[in-house]
Design a protein around this ligand. Structure first.
Ligand SMILES: [Zn+2]
Length: 384
């Protein structure tokens, strides 16, 4: 092949690569602007076909022509999508069972599990879909309480609530991604990261479905990255602040793991024996084998290992796999530091939760939040 022909071929390939990158970037921009300006629910089929691989296949560009970074993205996306089904919820998050008070006033929607609990306890009954004289949707399930809830006769538990909170409690919620509206695989998303929420006092943890929403795996990935970034920032700032005021010399930036130098050394000896034994001087091989034998003898119950028998492949492999990074018991996880800094102070916890709600709205800009959901809704059940 002549040099000029090769140059023409290379130029052609370069042009295809440049065009594919331009098209890819343009498509990303179009997707971003479309999802913000015209949020419309996607079907599960849309989600399944919406990947980089099918995009390039539709353009007639073979994967062999794609640059490595796009191929890596495609492989990453395929791996993530294959996991999505396993990570997603196996049943709908919202059952939307309507709960009525004894006078048949609508109180709220609850899960089927909770409705069955009321029935099992004998404090509620399944009932017909008639609320205060109005015939309602008979495709839904209804239970009627057999006792008067908080507030006595003529009131119901939502009477003291704001309009948005009442709307949130009483409106059936759709089992779709709150960001893009897709009805494919879904994941539970904790608006206040679970590692913080799980450390809150009990009253902030129970019955707070308000701050758990549905996201599809793609939207979950987007907010997850932003959430981790914010958590790292919060925790980093706190560690700096605590180190400045620390009087006992404790380093709040200490590592969660400590490297055991002896284990690291023995492991290095075993790796060297496996990989480079043939090229190592005899004395070095003998010294490394001695180190590995001593280590293995220490792990034996009787503390003895045959000095004359050659080290087996399995013995060397087991030492190569030794974990030399051990847990640092002094390390305090960032989530604990952050929640401790709130001092169980109700006002601080409320401000903290509302900040996370704002963060979620600002990052995701969801088009399908449940009706009545609001940053300003109470952060604790039963408090306005
Ligand atoms: Zn989504």
């Amino acid at each position: 092949m002549s040099n000029s022909n090769r140059s023409i071929q290379l130029a052609g390939l370069g042009a295809i690569l440049a065009a594919s990158v331009m098209l890819y970037l343009q498509r990303q921009r179009n997707r971003a602007s479309q999802s913000k300006s015209n949020p419309s629910p996607k079907s599960s089929d849309d989600i399944g076909n919406d990947n980089e691989l099918s995009y390039y296949q539709n353009l007639g560009i073979s994967t062999a022509s794609l640059p490595p970074h796009i191929l890596r993205n495609i492989a990453k996306e395929l791996r993530r999508k294959s996991k999505a089904e396993f990570l997603s919820m196996k049943s709908p998050m919202y059952d939307n069972v309507f709960m009525l008070d004894p006078d048949r006033n609508l109180m709220c929607t609850i899960s089927l599990k909770k409705a069955k609990w009321y029935i099992r306890k004998g404090i509620a009954e399944w009932t017909s879909p008639i609320i205060a004289g109005d015939k309602l949707d008979d495709t839904c399930k209804y239970i009627r309480l057999l006792f008067q809830p908080n507030g006595g006769k003529g009131t119901n538990c939502t009477s003291d609530k704001s309009d948005s909170e009442r709307l949130y409690l009483q409106t059936p919620k759709q089992n779709i991604c709150v960001s893009c509206g897709s009805n494919g695989h879904h994941m539970r998303h904790y608006i206040v990261p679970y590692s913080y929420r799980s450390l809150f006092p009990d009253e902030y943890k129970s019955h707070m479905s308000h701050d758990i929403v549905i996201l599809c795996p793609d939207c979950h990935l987007n907010i997850d990255t932003a959430t981790k970034r914010r958590m790292n920032q919060l925790e980093g700032e706190l560690r700096d602040e605590l180190n400045k005021s620390s009087t006992d010399g404790y380093d709040y930036w200490c590592s969660p793991v400590i490297e055991d130098t002896y284990l690291y050394h023995v492991r290095s000896c075993a790796i060297a024996l496996v990989k480079w034994r043939e090229n190592m001087p005899f004395e070095k091989v003998a010294s490394h084998e001695r180190e590995v034998r001593e280590f293995l003898a220490g792990r034996q119950q009787n503390g003895i290992i045959d000095e004359d028998a050659p080290l087996t492949k399995a013995q060397l492999q087991s030492v190569c796999g030794v974990n030399y990074r051990i847990k640092n018991d002094e390390y305090i996880p960032g989530s604990e530091l952050v929640v401790q800094s709130l001092n169980c102070d109700g006002d601080k916890i409320e401000a903290f939760i509302k900040e996370w709600r704002r963060h979620f709205i600002n990052v995701v800009r969801p088009g399908f939040m449940p009706r009545g959901w609001s940053v300003d809704n109470p952060v604790i059940c039963g408090r306005s």
